[in-house]
Design a protein around this ligand. Structure first.
Ligand SMILES: [Zn+2]
Length: 113
């Protein structure tokens, strides 16, 4: 059932990583399926030679502004209501940030202690 992030060296989705996060009562890291139309671009961005197909890539490899995590509504009195989405979305044309693995937890941080 579980899928591991396709980025080399990333532990998101690894059974140990999931277990550790549960122990720490942290939410699982969101994983995005590779869109068919972007498979080539994503493969190039994360530097894999076998084109991605049924793979997933976790949120750490995207610019924060490319991930839509909340429903945001402005109500008439200008209050902004923001509700976290159950399913995160990527902005159109979002691509993993080449070379930049954002605050990716390293194995000791997750698996250590
Ligand atoms: Zn990852």
């Amino acid at each position: 059932m579980g899928k591991r992030c396709a980025v080399s060296g990333c532990f998101t989705g690894d059974p140990e990583e999931i277990k550790k996060r549960k122990l720490l009562q942290e939410k699982p890291v969101y994983l995005f399926g590779v869109p068919k139309v972007a498979a080539e671009a994503w493969s190039t961005a994360i530097g894999v030679t076998t084109p991605l197909t049924q793979n997933v890539v976790c949120r750490y490899h995207f610019a924060a502004e490319d991930i839509i995590t909340h429903f945001v509504h402005s109500v008439p009195d200008e209050t902004v209501v923001s509700i976290e989405r159950e399913r995160y979305l990527l902005r159109k044309d979002a691509c993993p940030v080449a070379g930049a693995i954002r605050s990716m937890p390293q194995p000791p941080e997750i698996l250590g202690q």
